[in-house]
Write a protein that binds this ligand. Structure first.
Ligand code: FES
Length: 334
């Protein structure tokens, strides 16, 4: 699994949505392998100028040659504004973004970033339980440091295939038994019953990792108060067959004064772009939040993996890369 994209469900408010992204030219100032197939890149502006502020859980888009855009969590120290740090797992079965970074991002390589954007913010809590699987440690690492700085009790359960595949162990060793490492080849899979036995009132659970881990956490946490589990996904959840007819719809772009016919099979994003409306996108899978658009009228048929159930029900915003309409007309703030 690699950080292909970021999604938080059951989470607090997203920061930067809709469309607060800026493009930033950076170059690689350091690269090192921090685990088997996990490359850490430190990125800084060639001018030495400070980078924008960010908060734990934030990610950036990395704009790669050939139009590829990939999302990576920032895993450094938010107080260090001179450079940012990302961790990239090489995905042999991926679409080529992580392999390109592993093979070509050497010191001095120039890259363009977009963001930062935070779909997975660390909210205030009395206590935290962090659960990370594999490279899901990247956003969680920064949260652990932040919780420690804030003087809040926390524990981290960190699972991986084997110790050598688990990144940033060197940074975690100083935390003693609050970091509970579970390499699968030594201790089996993370025991979620044990993880979840530990739920004092006021505890927030944060989980990032492969789909199986997140789905298992979510199903075991159904009895918890809504919002006590915050998750971030790297890939879209397969959506069940939608109830709504996949017919054409009409989208009124209020600010642009355009009415756009969206035929079946074409996303709203692509249709409005073809009509000349400039909209940012990144994952095009409903998981990163870049294309989040305010709905002024009409009822969206949500197909994203990012908005919480409450947010989907409210229907105030939608991810126009994947979602459609329950009626035949939407008015959007575009
Ligand atoms: S949610 Fe990522 S581009 Fe739409």
């Amino acid at each position: 699994m690699a950080p292909a994209s970021r999604v938080s469900g059951d989470s607090g408010p997203r920061v930067g949505a809709p469309g607060a992204d800026q493009e930033i030219a950076v170059s690689v100032v350091r690269r090192r392998l921090v685990a088997d197939d996990v490359l850490e890149l430190a990125l800084a502006r060639p001018t030495g100028q400070a980078l924008p502020q960010w908060t734990p859980g934030a990610h950036v888009d990395v704009l790669l040659p050939g139009g590829m855009v990939r999302q990576y969590s920032l895993c450094g120290d938010p107080a260090q504004t001179g450079s940012w740090r990302i961790g990239v797992l090489r995905e042999p079965a991926g679409r080529g973004g992580s392999a390109w970074l592993h093979d070509h991002a050497v010191e001095g390589t120039e890259l363009v970033l977009r963001g930062p954007r935070n779909n997975f913010p660390l909210d205030d809590a009395d206590r935290y339980v962090f659960v990370a699987g594999g490279v899901g440690i990247t956003p969680v690492l920064t949260m652990v440091h932040a919780a420690e700085r804030a003087g809040r009790p926390w524990v981290l359960w960190y699972g991986g295939r084997r110790r050598s595949s688990m990144a940033f162990l060197d940074e975690l060793t100083g935390y003693g038994d609050r970091v509970r490492l579970r390499p699968e080849d030594e201790s089996g899979q993370l025991d979620l019953a044990t993880v979840l036995a530990d739920r004092d009132p006021g505890t927030l659970f944060y989980c990032c990792g492969p789909p199986g881990l997140i789905d298992a956490m979510r199903s075991r946490c159904q009895s918890m108060p809504a919002g006590n589990l915050r998750v971030e996904r790297f890939s879209a959840v397969p959506q069940p067959a939608a109830d709504e007819p996949d017919g054409g719809i009409e989208v009124i772009c209020q600010r642009s004064g355009l009415t756009v016919a969206v035929p079946p099979g074409l996303s709203i994003l692509d249709a409005v772009r073809q009509a000349g409306v400039d909209v940012l996108s990144s994952c095009t899978e409903g998981i990163c939040g870049t294309c989040e658009t305010t709905v002024l009228d009409g009822v969206p048929a949500h197909r994203d993996s990012l908005l919480t159930e409450d947010e989907q029900e409210a229907g105030d915003t939608m991810m126009i890369c994947v979602s459609r309409a329950l009626g035949d007309r939407l008015v959007l703030d575009l």
